[in-house]
Design a binder for this molecule. Structure first.
Ligand SMILES: Nc1ncnc2c1ncn2[C@@H]1O[C@H](COP(=O)(O)OP(=O)(O)OP(=O)(O)O)[C@@H](O)[C@H]1O
Ligand SMILES: [Mg+2]
Length: 273
C-alpha cells in the first residue's frame, strides 16, 4: 500500500521538550479499517505521539500526512470534521454537562460552530440542535448507556464514564479513532466487552490503540508499533512483536516471557514502573 492509500502517516517525527527527546524519528502508518496498537513502557512517548497525530502538538521535526495531505488543522473541530476523533488518557469529560451534552459536544464535525455553541444553542437553528441531540442519543443507545443521558458523568460508575468518552468520540463517525488507554481502570469483563467493541468499530474505521493491557492489544490489533524512550524498537503483527526479545527486554529489563501465559491477561504497566 502506498503512502497516499494510508489514512494517516507519520514520518520522522521527533519531539523535544527542552533537553528531553520524547519522540525520536518515529514513523507510523495507519491503513483504512485497521487497528494499530501503540505500546511501550511508561514515558515511552505514546501520548506525545497521539498529541502529534491529532494535531494538538507540532513536532520538532517530521511530518504527518492525513489522506495524502497535511493535517486539516489543530483544533478539535477541524480534526473531527476531517474524520479524526480521539479519547484521552483518563476521562476528560465535561463534569458539569450531562452525558447527553458531552456526546453532543463530540458531534461538532457536523456543526457550523464549536462544541459550546452547539450545546448552548447559540447562533444555531433549533432543528439543527434537535438533529444533533437525536444523533447523540443514537450514539448513547449504540453504546448501551442511553438510560444515563441526563446524569452528570461524575455520578456514574467509572466503566460507564469510559463508555461516554467512547460515545463522544464515535458520534461524529470518524474514519480514524485514537484511543489512549481505553481499558485503564476497567474490570476483566469490561475489557472483554471493549475488545468486542473495538473489533466491531474497525469494520467502519481505523483505530490507533495506546494500551498497557497486553491481552487486549494482542487480541484486537492487526499491527503493533512498540516505543521505548521515544524510539520505535519493534513493529509487526501481534505474534511478531510478542516473539521479539527487544520488546520483552524493554518491559521487564530481561528477555523473559512477559507476554505468555497468565501475564498476558494482566496490565504490564505495573511491570514497567
Ligand atoms: N508537555 C511536556 N513537557 C515536558 N515533558 C513532557 C511533556 N509531555 C510529556 N513529557 C515527557 O515526555 C516523555 C513521554 O511522555 P508520554 O506522556 O508521551 O509517555 P507515555 O508513553 O504516554 O507514558 P504513559 O504510559 O505513562 O502514559 C516522558 O518523559 C514525559 O515526562
Ligand atoms: Mg500516556
Amino acid at each position: 500500500m502506498t503512502t497516499t492509500e494510508h489514512l494517516l502517516t507519520a514520518d520522522g517525527v521527533t519531539v523535544r521538550f527542552g533537553g528531553l527527546t520524547a519522540l525520536d524519528d518515529v514513523g507510523l502508518q495507519v491503513a483504512p479499517g485497521s487497528v494499530v496498537g501503540l505500546i511501550g513502557p511508561n514515558g515511552a512517548g505514546k501520548t506525545t505521539l497521539f498529541n502529534v497525530l491529532s494535531g494538538v502538538l507540532r513536532p520538532t521535526a517530521g511530518t504527518i500526512t492525513w489522506k495524502g495531505a497535511p493535517p486539516p488543522g489543530r483544533r478539535t473541530h477541524h480534526l473531527a470534521r476531517a474524520g479524526i476523533a480521539r479519547t484521552f488518557q483518563g476521562l476528560n469529560l465535561f463534569p458539569m454537562m450531562t452525558v447527553l451534552d458531552n456526546v453532543v459536544a463530540g458531534a461538532d464535525r457536523l456543526a457550523r460552530g464549536g462544541a459550546f455553541s452547539l450545546v448552548s444553542g447559540l447562533g444555531r437553528h433549533h432543528r439543527d440542535e434537535r438533529d444533533l441531540r437525536a444523533r447523540a442519543l443514537g450514539a448513547l443507545e449504540r453504546f448501551g448507556i442511553a438510560e444515563h443521558a441526563h446524569r452528570l458523568p461524575g455520578t456514574l460508575p467509572y466503566g460507564v464514564q469510559k463508555q461516554v468518552a467512547l460515545a463522544r468520540a464515535c458520534v461524529s463517525d470518524p474514519e480514524l479513532l485514537l484511543l489512549d488507554e481505553p481499558a485503564s481502570g476497567l474490570s476483566g469483563a469490561q475489557i472483554d466487552a471493549l475488545a468486542d467493541q473495538i473489533r466491531g468499530f474497525s469494520q467502519d474505521m481505523a483505530v490507533v490503540l495506546v494500551e498497557h493491557h497486553m491481552d487486549l492489544v494482542m487480541r484486537v490489533c492487526d499491527h503493533i508499533v512498540v516505543l521505548n524512550f521515544g524510539r520505535v524498537i519493534s513493529t509487526g503483527t501481534p505474534a511478531q512483536v510478542q516473539a521479539d526479545p527487544a520488546v520483552t527486554q524493554a518491559y521487564l529489563g530481561t528477555p523473559a516471557d512477559s507476554f505468555g501465559g497468565e501475564s498476558a491477561a494482566g496490565d504490564v504497566n505495573g511491570a514497567a514502573r
